[in-house]
Design a binder for this molecule. Structure first.
Ligand code: AMP
Ligand code: MG
Length: 493
């Protein structure tokens, strides 16, 4: 049994509430994490602990480890596994937390509410044939990439800690077991609504929708039709999220509806990766053979997922099914423009444009086409546009680039802002460093195979300030060698 020692808990700063556990029972199964043999902390996120109002000096030592291993429960925790469904590569399946436990919600000193979830915490009633556990490599990978996304300014779940369990996990080979403590605005997914809708108990669906509205979009409840306003809010947040992904070359890799949050945070860092050379068809995930979740498809898939979400809410929009459907379609139809506008304004900032001109889209598309044809590195090309590199590198001396460059310069000259302001905007919009796939792999290899965590720590430190230049950053900035084998990712179990 987990030790429920309340004295230890209060010293740590836990301030728990369990609002999700007050939803109707079919939304979860109550159970404790399965204890692990010999937990050891390998990463602890001081900055995030502070945001959460947790005492980092207590948690980072031996006293913190049992909490992040699931061996000791925070005071006030009511652990549960969440039930949900989801379209996986287009097929609807019953899922649920098969290897995660929601401990509860930490209320921060600023009154914000965050889910605290252990990932890799043992079997649950939703485990199907899985062992409920996670391996160290994928948990560290989630830690690195989710923290990098946060530093890039992209809404995301975060990682508070990673501990090893002292127990092996068996995949193709025997691996080191580990847990990640995931922090999220909530873990309510499109798939949570699909689960609710599938049960055909209207009062449960309404309870979930009212709960999600209150938790994430309380302004919706003031609208004429709160559920339609809720849908619109989720559409807006997801449109903004996927636009931000596109602008840093992030490829989620497994945009199943269970991996899409209602809050608009990025969730589930399994087979995700960052694009090096610009190519809309880029896919890294080994199982995505048809390219369903390719870089260029992400906005379309977001829209498809939002349609599945809207379907679940139909009975709440209107008692007449035809009217409800018309309302849903009208609201969903706002997605393309919404996405396009957010994307366009983000791309303008990447080019240092403060004003709007009708030909901006053509200017941006011309650059992307040139980048595609010339296998240009996505991140470094945009960063170079606002730096000396442009003058120095032979790559940018090609005649077709000079044409585009002249158009861009003429466009910049038509706005009143000074060159200094243009360069400042570009520096804030084009990261100098991203978590390059080969650097992430190098850090994971050192940690997992040699227990050397310093490579990862150095990488994490560099990724904390992605928009700033730092001495000696080339190692993090440069793409892989041209003759490196194509990068492939695997679902992170
Ligand atoms: P994911 O691919 O991480 O989005 O997970 C899809 C589903 O598989 C979720 O319901 C997970 O809880 C479940 N799952 C993934 N890995 C395991 C595992 N090792 N044991 C049990 N369930 C798992
Ligand atoms: Mg998932």
């Amino acid at each position: 049994m987990p030790n429920r020692c309340p004295i230890e808990s209060t010293k740590v700063g836990w301030n728990f509430d369990n609002s999700y556990a007050r939803l109707p029972e079919p939304f979860y199964a109550r159970l404790n994490p399965v204890q692990v043999r010999e937990p050891r902390m390998v990463v602890f996120n001081h900055a995030l602990a502070e945001v959460l109002g947790l005492k980092k000096e207590v948690l980072e030592g031996n006293q913190g480890t049992p909490f992040f291993a699931g061996n000791q429960l925070p005071l006030g925790a009511e652990p549960l596994a969440q039930a949900y469904a989801g379209h996986q590569f287009g097929h609807l399946t019953m899922l649920g937390d098969g290897r995660a436990i929601l401990l509860g919600e930490q209320i921060t000193p600023h009154g914000k509410r965050f889910d605290i979830q252990l990932k890799g915490s043992g079997q649950t009633p939703f485990s199907r044939r899985g062992d409920g556990r996670a391996a160290l490599g994928p948990m560290l990978r989630e830690h690195i990439i989710s923290e990098a996304m946060h530093a890039l300014g992209i809404p995301t779940t975060r990682s508070l800690a990673v501990v090893t369990t002292g127990e092996p996990v068996f995949r193709e080979t025997t691996l080191t077991g580990a847990l990640l403590t995931r922090i999220a605005a909530s873990h309510i997914r499109v798939g949570t609504f699909q689960y609710a809708a599938g049960r055909e108990h209207p009062e449960e669906l309404k309870a979930l929708a009212d709960y999600a509205i209150q938790r994430h979009y309380p302004d919706s409840s003031e609208a004429n039709n709160p559920y339609l306003a809720f849908l619109q809010n989720v559409i807006n947040h997801q449109a903004s999220l996927v636009a931000k992904w596109q602008q840093v070359g992030f490829i989620h890799g497994v945009m199943n509806t269970d991996n899409m949050t209602i809050s608009g945070e990025t969730i589930d860092y399994g087979p995700c990766a960052f694009m090096d050379q610009y190519d809309p068809a880029t896919v890294f995930s080994s199982i995505d053979v048809q390219g369903r979740y390719a870089y260029g498809n992400q906005p379309v898939v977001t829209r498809w997922n939002l349609s599945r979400f809207a379907e679940t809410l139909l009975p709440l929009f209107h008692s007449n099914p035809e009217e409800a459907l018309a309302m849903a379609n009208e609201t969903l139809a706002t997605f393309p423009d919404r996405f396009q506008n957010i994307w366009l304004s983000g791309m303008r900032t990447k080019l240092g444009l403060f004003t709007e001109e009708t030909d901006d889209m053509a200017l941006i598309e011309a650059l992307l086409t040139w980048m595609h044809q010339n296998q240009a590195d996505f991140t470094n090309t945009f960063r170079s546009l606002g730096s000396d590199t442009l003058r120095k590198e032979p790559f940018f001396k090609k005649a077709d680039f000079a044409d585009w460059h002249a158009q861009w310069q003429a466009r910049l000259a038509r706005q009143p802002e000074s060159l200094d302001r243009v360069l400042e905007l570009m520096r804030m919009s084009n990261p100098a460093v991203i978590p390059r796939n080969h650097r992430v792999e190098e850090a994971l290899k050192a940690a997992v195979e040699s227990c050397n965590f310093s490579v990862m720590q150095n990488l994490l430190t560099r990724l904390e300030t992605p928009y700033e230049d730092r001495p000696g950053q080339d190692v993090y900035r440069l793409p892989p060698e041209p003759n490196a084998p194509p990068y492939q990712t695997f679902c992170g179990t």
